[in-house]
Design a binder for this molecule. Structure first.
Ligand code: PLP
Length: 413
């Protein structure tokens, strides 16, 4: 091997710097997490060498007897974890999982109800810049002006008016519980399929901190790398009656060869999520988010919808400082060693590239071992950095405190 004699020093230096960044800065991106060494090991395993188009027992290449066992293990574990009848663990990402569901059930031009991007939905829920919005006729629903929450009566009215073939539930920036049961009732009333995109909250569901949509939805999609703490990828759960249609849509409909090394890592993550300690983890993610939201409120920030029930909060920056945009805040916090992302707040007057808000999540800091005890300090560091954003000395003092805090909770030693 060339690399035995000639190690790739150039790439290694980059990897070392990314490890250092993850170990020494606070990760508050709601869709990120730290995976276990076992997940990382499976992702870096020899399964990356194997072509295995098809499904266990029905492959288009030889040599798949062992790979079949790995994929079967992942399917079995995820069905047990969520109480599902059938699983497809091959989607390369959450976006692919969603597209596969659309491909399985919809024709071009069909009407679908989905949460609008600027109220917290995902690009794949019908945004005009995404293939979902170009192929299908998505009718958006959003949160109310008064309490910034979903109003199931309004969703019902829209469903009755537009008679969608499918209702898509789920969000990428919504801090409250999404109830599967009222959505099932609406779907039944208008004869629609119900797809629940649980990308963000899959770990909370697995850990018993949020209601499980699997008994209520026709199909549930999710990503494996957010609260669920697995490798980067997607997954689809469905009832047996839809199994063949979903499998056909993923392969050969949308993808070629599956990433069996990632599927093996998904199997590892599903096992970890079935451990009783994961219930404690899921509850702690929510407790941390609630403690952080409360502390940010005390620092003068406004929380969209007044707080959070899950792993994330949306912060409206305007009451804190009317001139501070989400973009500027994200950049200042990056300099202070606090990583998060700007996010539109409902009916944001600023463009999606600039925004008036921040999205903040607690899955990663919870994995590191932080609890409610550290959350007031995290809120204080955020507020101080933003208040003194033009003061280099103060930003550097915050950066030092961030380093000290992270040294107590280093994810990878
Ligand atoms: N669905 C939702 C609700 C999401 O939040 C995301 C990602 O943030 C996705 C789908 C897409 O996942 P991926 O980035 O793996 O394509």
């Amino acid at each position: 091997w060339p690399s035995d004699t000639d190690p790739d020093a150039e790439l290694q230096a980059i990897l070392d710097r990314e490890l250092e960044r993850q170990n020494t800065t606070i990760q508050l991106i709601a869709s990120e997490n730290f995976t276990s060494p076992a997940v990382i090991a499976a992702t870096g395993s020899v399964l990356t060498n194997k072509y295995s188009e098809g499904y266990p027992g029905k492959r288009y290449y030889g040599g798949n007897a062992v790979v079949d066992e790995a994929e079967d293990l992942a399917r079995r574990r995820v069905c047990d974890l969520f109480g599902a009848e059938h699983a497809n663990v091959q989607p390369h990402s959450g976006a692919n999982a969603n597209l596969a569901v659309y491909l399985a059930f919809l024709e071009a031009g069909d009407t679908v109800l989905g949460m609008s991007l600027d109220h917290g939905g995902h690009l794949t829920h019908g945004s005009p810049v995404n293939i979902s919005g170009r192929m299908y006729d998505f009718v958006p629903y959003g949160v109310t002006e008064s309490d910034e929450r979903l109003d199931y009566d309004r969703i019902r009215d829209l469903a009755v008016e537009h008679r969608p073939k499918m209702i898509v539930a789920g969000a990428t920036a919504y801090p409250r519980v999404i109830e599967p049961e009222p959505l099932r009732a609406i779907a039944d009333e208008v004869g629609a399929l119900l797809m629940f995109d649980a990308a963000h909250i899959a770990g909370l569901i697995a850990g018993g901190a949020h209601p499980n949509p699997v008994p209520h939805a026709d199909v549930v999609t999710f990503t494996t790398h957010k609260t669920l703490r697995g490798p980067r990828g997607g997954c689809i759960l469905t009832r047996s009656e839809h199994a063949a249609a979903i499998d056909k849509a993923v392969f050969p409909g949308l993808q070629g060869g599956p990433l069996e090394h990632v599927i093996a890592a998904k199997a590892v993550a599903f096992r970890e999520a079935a451990d009783p300690s994961f219930r404690t983890y899921a509850a702690q993610i929510v407790a941390n988010a609630q403690a952080l939201a409360q502390a940010l409120g005390q620092q003068g920030f406004r929380l969209v919808s007044g707080g959070t029930d899950n792993h994330l909060m949306l912060v409206d920056l305007r009451p804190f400082d009317a001139d501070l945009t989400g973009k500027a805040a994200q950049e200042v916090l990056d300099r202070a060693g606090i990583t998060l992302n700007r996010n539109a707040i409902p009916d944001d007057p600023r463009s999606p590239f600039v925004t008036s808000g921040l999205r903040i999540g607690t899955p990663a800091v919870t994995t590191q071992g932080m609890t409610e005890t550290e959350m007031p300090l995290v809120a204080d560091l955020i507020a101080r950095a933003l208040r003194h954003r033009d003061d280099d000395a103060e930003l550097s003092a915050v950066r030092d405190e961030v380093t000290t805090l992270c040294a107590k909770f280093t994810p990878y030693r």
